[in-house]
Design a protein around this ligand. Structure first.
Ligand code: BGC
Length: 265
């Protein structure tokens, strides 16, 4: 088997479209692990729909995918029935674009497009930090923005956008994202105060049983999670930067093309 050949029919392909890189890998849906090594191609600039579609085609061509393998794509915006409805951290030309049509036409096969945090959150509940939790899990990614997802007993409500809650007169992600920490040169104690306020509001409104924190900064979780005092346990995400790819693949498999043995079905 070549490094880029997925194993069998229990595989779906996940693609993570981000501001700097477009990454993809086939995912073994039984284990949630990559079935072949991930490939990353820099995001074209400007990241217009046409340019991104070309990159996605190039990415998928690097793999020998079965014709019926479901393909899921994450996007850092509200994605309503395949259409990008916002562009908080991506090229505004995407707003109103049907991502599934643009990428599906370019690839010549169906594609499911989902919000990046929804994909990551779903992956954590299936295969990661929340896999053995029942009830309500709140998952967030702390990065350029704050991506959020709530999964209740395996059911994901898409596009919650709770990173944009207005707290103390501010869009929460402008104060509590990792980018805000960087921009304002906050140390972890100072940043933790903002996170305390943010997660405190989340708890008061949604009463999660578990909070999972992802995003690149979560690899330093021991520097800020112990400073938070919340009702629910708060834990680092486990799938790290694989979460988007894995979640997109799992959601695509679940949405359409029948794949035997998908966990959670
Ligand atoms: C966007 C969300 C996205 C999050 C993480 C926010 O600014 O509004 O749609 O999930 O950033 O990329």
């Amino acid at each position: 088997m070549s490094a880029h050949t997925p194993t069998a029919a229990r595989t779906a392909f996940g693609i993570d479209i981000g501001g700097s890189g477009i990454k993809g890998a086939p995912v073994d849906l039984e284990t949630g692990e990559f079935a072949a090594e991930r490939v990353r191609i820099p995001t074209p600039q400007p990241a217009t729909p046409g340019a991104v579609a070309e990159t996605v085609v190039e990415l998928v061509r690097r793999f020998d995918l079965p014709g019926d393998a479901p393909i899921g794509v994450t996007f850092p915006a509200v994605v309503q029935h395949g259409v990008a409805r916002s562009a908080a951290n991506v090229d505004v030309s995407w707003i109103g674009t049907n991502i599934e049509h643009v990428l599906g036409d370019a690839l010549g096969r169906p594609v499911l497009a989902v919000n990046d945090a929804d994909a990551a959150g779903y992956a954590e509940t299936l295969y990661g930090a929340a896999r053995s939790t029942s009830g309500v899990t709140f998952i967030c990614t702390l990065g350029t923005g704050i991506g959020t997802a709530i999964v209740a007993d395996g059911v994901l409500v898409p596009n919650l956008e709770l990173g944009h809650l207005e707290i103390d007169g501010h869009d929460a992600e402008t104060r509590a994202s990792d980018a805000a920490r960087d921009r304002e040169d906050l140390d972890f104690e100072q940043w933790a105060e903002r996170l305390q306020r943010y997660f405190g509001v989340i708890e008061d409104l949604f009463w999660p049983d578990l909070i999972v924190v992802g995003g690149g900064v979560s690899k330093h979780h021991e520097k800020f999670l112990p400073l938070l005092h919340l009702r629910a346990p708060i834990v680092p995400a486990q799938l790290r930067n694989a979460a988007g790819i894995v979640g997109a693949a799992a959601l695509a498999a679940r949405a359409g093309t029948p794949v035997a043995g998908v966990k959670g079905d």
